[in-house]
Design a protein around this ligand. Structure first.
Ligand SMILES: [Mg+2]
Length: 397
């Protein structure tokens, strides 16, 4: 079959704040074929910057936009997804954010192939990479922001525990901004609110930059609360600083990787950063295929792969297919406090099963359906003109 339409859609809440809440807007990509198949993907990226990668005028042979590369192409099986991904990245060699923007389209291609062959994406991956296709349930950890104070954080944690979460990650907000005493109070509140039996994770939100000494001190101070990990204490690409930090053997494991917008960045963190958990966002790194390559690298080096997902359950579905067939990678970042837009985005969100676990969808493709009518109100019309020529106009939803 042939690809006939490649359309990015910009959705946003009516009010956007500077909170570290990536669910306030989003970019979805819809791909259609001449055989009536339709696939969807979501990028965790600036929608407008990403749209540019779908419509920018050709500058030369290394700056050809994603849409131009894909429309009219043949799409029959998973080998075409590989071929088209290589072509998109080759044609966009000098478009710096190409992987980030392409993620949504790549995920949509997998969705289509899964629907065509009537298989969930994780089975397609298992066949392609010759790995087990047994689905393993994951323990969802609620992913939330710290409250502005330790009291507020305690209340958030209590609410999560009452909702039944056995694990939760607290991040960003005041962490790292008001001194060690406040940082410790925040982590103590998270632990006390969740209870001693729960797993807690701490996300420092890159707050210490390249200052690995402070990161080490905090890791040591947080150890009394037994967090599963300390996440992104340093800047995403501070590989040397990560190496110094992990070389000091802090008493808490170190996690990082959500900032990987290429396979290479994740590879660097695994091979040279010394991290124990690698967190990959399929909506940033270029989609499902490069995420799977990171999973394989993590397996090889004894690092635990975890998804990074702070968007809708469309992103969660894509993320889960990547590592559901690995029994050891047992934690799942589960968006638990997103915007109305992110919560209404799919008709069939993931449920936490009676055993407290989440399972990948068995339906063809990603296994979730975008709820067009629910999110239509958040659609933002985009018209981009270059001189007198319209190079982009939001398609009909
Ligand atoms: Mg994080």
């Amino acid at each position: 079959m042939k690809i006939t339409e490649v359309d990015p859609f910009y959705f946003q809440m009516s009010e956007i704040t500077s909170a570290a809440d990536g669910t306030q807007d989003t970019l979805l990509v819809r791909i259609r074929t001449d055989k009536g198949f339709e696939g969807w993907g979501e990028c965790d990226a600036s929608p407008l910057v990403s749209i540019a990668a779908y419509c920018c005028p050709m500058s030369h042979g290394n700056i050809i936009n994603i849409r131009k590369t894909l429309i009219g192409e043949t799409l029959n099986d998973t080998s075409d997804v590989v071929r088209l991904s290589e072509k998109v990245l080759r044609n966009g060699l000098d478009i710096q954010q190409i992987q980030h923007a392409y993620s949504g389209a790549e995920i949509a291609l997998w969705d289509i192939i899964g629907k065509k062959f009537d298989k969930p994406v994780y089975r397609l991956l298992a066949e392609m990479f010759d790995v087990s296709d047994t689905l393993h349930p994951k323990l969802p950890y609620a992913s939330v922001l710290f409250g502005e104070t330790s009291d507020a954080t305690y209340q958030i944690a209590v609410n999560l525990r009452e909702q039944g979460f056995r694990a939760a990650k607290f991040g960003w907000g005041p962490m790292g901004k008001f001194g060690e005493e406040n940082d410790i109070a925040l982590v103590r509140a998270a632990r006390e609110g969740m209870g001693s039996a729960a797993q807690i994770m701490i996300d420092a939100g890159v707050v210490w930059g390249t200052d690995y000494n402070t990161a080490y001190q905090r890791a040591e101070a947080f150890a009394q609360f037994s967090p599963t990990w300390l996440e992104e204490p340093l800047a995403p690409d501070a590989i040397e600083a990560y190496s110094s930090l992990t070389g000091m053997n802090p008493a808490v494991n170190i996690a990082a990787g959500e900032g990987s917008s290429t396979f290479r960045m994740a590879e660097d963190l695994i091979l040279h950063g010394g991290i124990q958990y690698v967190q990959i966002d399929t909506g940033r790194i270029g989609g499902i295929l490069p995420s799977f390559h990171v999973r394989q690298l993590a397996e090889k080096h004894g690092v635990q792969y975890v998804n990074h997902t702070f968007k809708s359950h469309l992103s969660l579905a894509a993320a889960l297919h990547v590592f559901t067939t690995n029994p050891d990678f047992n934690l799942l970042e589960f968006p638990a406090a997103g915007s109305e837009l992110s919560q209404r985005l799919v008709k069939n969100p993931f449920q936490i099963d009676n055993d407290g676990m989440v399972r990948a969808k068995e339906q063809p493709g990603l296994g979730v359906d975008v709820d067009i009518e629910a999110i239509r109100q958040y659609l933002t019309q985009v018209d981009i003109k270059v001189a007198d020529e319209t190079v982009f106009q939001t398609a009909e939803l």
